[in-house]
Design a protein around this ligand. Structure first.
Ligand SMILES: [Zn+2]
Length: 247
């Protein structure tokens, strides 16, 4: 299983970067996990739009799904449109982004598979186990398994035993860490710090931790250090172009 980070900015894309978007590839199958702002130009540097085999979206905030619109446009406005793209999301999560264009324009470009958080999906070669994690809107963390390798991704989530359960013994935990140490009072249920995520990675016994969704302007080294206070393993920070092979 290969993870390629298209973007890891929280909230909005910094210069030259993108928001949440991750290519997860195995055996010729390409799954795009989240499609936040500015991920499509990063995607198209690596694969063509018709090489994406499926899309999984954690939740309906635009920094996780806004670029579904240009991805579908790039497939629709071709002389030979590829077959409809399977898109997995929680009920209603994509209603807004799918309504951006004139009615019907993108209908033939995708097949929407709305799932209930907690359900298990088969997406190409991947087994995808989902969990509802605490956020302002329903957010599905996902645990992707293929060939005995496990990648767990939180989407956006406050600290929760459900995060630890999602990530239990995973080879890699890709975790939202918007803040370094303290999460502001009004966000404590819904977002995490690098320090909290480090502790949760330790509790889950994961092989390595990749922090993502850092608030723009955050010093990556400071975030890594905060996570490493509670976690003994390797800690990285997601940035456009990073590739991690889990094998
Ligand atoms: Zn969010």
């Amino acid at each position: 299983m290969r993870l390629t980070v298209l973007g890891g900015c929280g909230a909005w894309p910094e210069a030259g970067q993108a928001c949440s978007g991750y290519l997860v590839e195995h055996d010729g199958f390409t799954l795009l996990v989240d499609v936040g702002y500015a991920t499509v130009p990063r995607l198209l540097e690596r694969v063509s739009q018709d090489q994406v085999d499926a899309v999984f979206v954690s939740h309906g905030h635009p920094d996780h799904c806004a670029d579904l619109n240009p991805l579908l446009r790039s497939r629709a406005l071709r002389d030979d449109p590829p077959k409809p793209l399977p898109v997995y999301a929680l009920p209603g999560a994509l209603d807004a982004v799918l309504a951006l264009d004139r009615p019907g324009m993108l209908d033939a470009t995708y097949v929407l598979h709305e799932f209930t958080a907690g359900s298990r999906l088969d997406i190409g070669p991947f087994r995808a186990e989902t969990r509802l994690l605490p956020h302002w809107v329903p957010n599905a963390g996902v645990r992707l398994t293929v060939d005995g390798r496990v990648l767990a991704y939180t989407g956006d989530s406050g600290p929760s035993p459900e995060v630890v359960a999602l990530a239990r013994d995973a080879d890699l935990l890709l975790a939202e860490a918007t803040f370094v140490d303290e999460v502001p009072e009004d966000s404590r249920r819904d977002l995490s710090s690098a320090r909290q995520v480090g502790r949760q990675a330790e509790d889950a016994g994961v092989g390595q931790l990749l922090l993502t969704h850092l608030q723009p302007g955050t010093d990556p080294a400071t975030a890594r250090a905060a996570a490493s206070d509670g976690y003994q393993g390797k800690v990285g920070v997601a940035i456009s172009g990073m590739v991690i092979d889990l094998s």
